[in-house]
Design a protein around this ligand. Structure first.
Ligand code: SAH
Ligand code: SF4
Length: 383
């Protein structure tokens, strides 16, 4: 009995994989570059419209391949110009993408997983648990859709000048699918962005930071959030596996491979938890004379959280102390409040979570002391 031919989704394939797909069909590898230009630069889904490909190749593509973007469930526009999209990720689940316009740039914040297994104590995504990794098509599809919908800037360029992996999920726990996307973002045959304008944000999966330095060394942001292991163990549990000194060693090696470009250290300001001047002094000692800058993030509350945002005065004093101690420190503006699009509030819809090892379906705060062993953990993809 004849079985239906399973088509390959070309969206999200790396240039190398696309070349292999073509060579297997006796085509020249350079056809991959033409197809990439059609998909990403000209926003075309229809193989018949790819007029610089031969008729026979187009027919073969129609038979064996498809271009399937993630399905858009909803769009919300904020009063301050931010836009949030919900993309369906199957079985009633969704992930979120946010566009944040500023005078001199437009930043797109994208998601890499449905939920997150790392369970940082102050994060709405983490509180929901983990369901699955997004595919490369689902990740690059967020960018392609946003480019498609957003009006261009006055100079004709895309509204999106910067991309940050700061939406739902831990990008370095989905290494296998994230790296092809990074390659597409910086490839001249696709979006051709500068590596400085693509930022991977990670809570510190050290072996994958080391590997990323060699594979695709885009800008790196590290979610530090605490200046000592005792506190970081509690609020960023992956710290038990990769403590601060190991994490920072890996960061400095990463920076060295990028001509010592700065690493951004994110630090969420939690009232009475990590926001004292003693914490600021400790943080300054950790990062002094290193290629580091600190971005303070006022905590964004979400239903059910026990944490509170530090006062504006506390945040200002903390920032001043870091500056007095010689660090570059900024405070992130909270945007998109009215559409729940602020950092850490992206909850999307995560269902059917994979149970953690304690067998709890809703781990929340209870998991603080759980042992995490990423190598044995199928929730963190191998490389
Ligand atoms: N998993 C990655 C990227 C996604 S989170 C990471 O942790 O880096 C992006 C940033 O938002 C991280 O610095 C994260 O710690 C921060 N964040 C999470 N929850 C937050 C909240 N409720 N308020 C403010 N920032 C938050
Ligand atoms: Fe995951 Fe990042 Fe949230 Fe931590 S802060 S739970 S790593 S998404």
């Amino acid at each position: 009995m004849a079985t239906a031919n399973k088509k390959t989704n070309l969206l999200g394939l790396s240039q190398g994989d696309l070349e292999q797909f073509l060579v297997a069909r006796s085509e020249k590898p350079f056809r991959a570059r033409q197809i990439m230009q059609w998909i990403y630069q000209r926003d075309v889904d229809d193989f018949d419209a790819m007029t610089d490909l031969s008729k026979s190749l187009r027919a073969e593509l129609k038979n064996d391949a498809e271009i399937v973007p993630p399905e858009v469930q909803a769009r919300h526009d904020s009063k301050d110009g931010c836009v949030k999209w919900l993309f369906s990720s199957g079985s009633g689940q969704a992930v979120e993408t946010v566009f944040i316009p500023e005078a001199d740039r437009g930043t797109l914040c994208i998601s890499s997983q449905v939920g997150c297994a790392l369970d940082c104590a102050f994060c709405a995504t983490g509180a929901q648990g983990f369901n699955r990794n997004l595919t490369s098509a689902e990740i690059i599809g967020q960018v392609r859709h946003a480019i498609h919908e957003l009006p261009r800037r006055d100079n004709g360029e895309s509204a999106i000048t910067n991309i940050v992996f700061m939406g739902m999920g831990e990008p370095l726990a989905n290494y296998r699918n994230v790296v092809p996307v990074l390659e597409l973002l910086v490839s001249d045959w696709s979006y051709g962005m500068s590596r400085r304008r693509v930022t991977v944000s990670s809570s510190g999966i050290v072996p994958h930071i080391d590997k990323l330095a060699d594979d695709c060394n885009v800008a790196l942001a590290v979610s530090l959030h605490a200046p000592n292991d005792e506190l970081r163990d509690q609020i960023v549990p992956i710290n038990k596996l990769h403590p601060i000194d190991t994490l920072l060693d890996s960061c400095w090696k990463y920076a060295a491979k990028r001509s010592n470009r700065f690493i951004t250290f994110e630090y969420v300001m939690l009232r009475g938890v990590n926001d004292s001047l003693a914490h600021a002094n400790q943080l300054a000692s950790l990062l002094k004379n290193k290629p580091a800058k600190v971005n303070l993030i006022p905590f964004n509350p979400f239903p059910g959280t026990e944490f509170k945002r530090s006062s504006l005065d506390t945040i200002r004093h903390f920032q001043e102390r870091l500056r007095e101690r010689g660090l570059v420190a900024t405070t992130r503006k909270t945007r998109g409040d009215d559409i729940d699009a602020a950092c850490g509030q992206l909850a999307g819809k995560v269902r059917d979570r994979v149970k953690n090892r304690l067998g709890q379906k809703n781990p929340g705060q209870k998991r603080k002391n759980e042992n995490i062993n990423e190598n044995k953990d199928m929730r963190i993809s191998s490389v």
